[in-house]
Design a protein around this ligand. Sequence first.
Ligand code: CA
Length: 176
Amino acid sequence: MSCFCLRKGKPAKTNHDQFIMLASETSFTVNEVEALLDLYKKLSSAVIDDGLIHKEELQFALLRNSSKQNLFVDRVFDMFDIKRNGVIEFTEFVRSLSIFHPNASPEKKIEFAFRLFDIRQSGYIGHNELKEMVLATLTESDVTVPDDAVESIVEKVHIPSHILNCCPSVSFLCFK
Ligand SMILES: [Ca+2]
């Protein structure tokens, strides 16, 4: 019997041309892109050894567990999965990580943070979205906090009242 598992353990097109292409599109150098491939290989074989990062693998990398559902991981995964096909490919991994590079523009970083909290992708961060993210973070840290305490946290990190008066949800412009 023949095995045609050609892509097992390898993301598609990981040749030098691809490193150059990704370096030209991101803040990374060719050497850094190459180093990211090593990291990508480790992450993408952590749970399902198929050369692609599944949500369980991102979760394992971020939280050291691969089963418990977590809103924060869901959001990060959705943002890395640019093609929205349920896996993070190497090019998506590099392009998304580039936002965290010291040379990436503050505008891009702010936009990423905004999209992370804009759970329903409405263009506004509502009170409930902020609350859900705070709850997800607390739950992951095994901290149980009464609802009114969460409300109080959300109110404290929320926007000043003079902005709140003109827009009850936070738009990207307010967020900046
Ligand atoms: Ca995998």
